[in-house]
Design a binder for this molecule. Structure first.
Ligand SMILES: [Zn+2]
Length: 129
């Protein structure tokens, strides 16, 4: 089964952006490259037509770009609860969903899920991977 990896730079960007957006939610689309069957998330793309509020970062899925290199989304949970909400699961986009939980300190505040909301493990990748 394909493993999920996230570059250190992207982890840092997601944490920073979550802090900047706090107490609102942030939402990012994430690009991946394949490496020996694994998915390596390495780049964040701002979601178009995004509306951010204290309880939800939402977007119209029909406005999202058709871009097959985007395989995941990341959004923050200012509540600190690192599990997908009911709404999160209504419009899955991509293969993985990352949730960045308050207080956005480090990798331990980032949880990954598949399109059905099941937790998946992930590991840090070096930029060269
Ligand atoms: Zn959510």
């Amino acid at each position: 089964m394909a493993a999920l990896k996230i570059t250190k730079t992207l982890v840092q960007s997601m944490l920073e952006y979550s802090k900047d957006t706090y107490p609102n939610e942030m939402l990012l689309l994430l690009r991946a490259k394949r490496s020996g069957g694994d998915y390596v998330l390495y780049q964040a793309v701002f979601a178009p037509f995004m509306f951010s509020g204290p309880h939800s970062a939402t977007y119209n899925p029909y406005h999202l770009p058709v871009d097959l290199s985007i395989v995941a989304t990341a959004h923050s949970h200012p509540s600190g609860v690192k599990i997908p909400s009911h709404e999160d699961l209504l419009h899955p986009y991509g293969r993985y969903m990352l949730i960045v939980g308050f207080p956005f300190r480090g990798s331990e505040d980032i949880a990954a899920f598949d399109g059905k909301g099941h937790a998946v493990g992930w590991e840090l990748a070096d930029e060269e991977d």
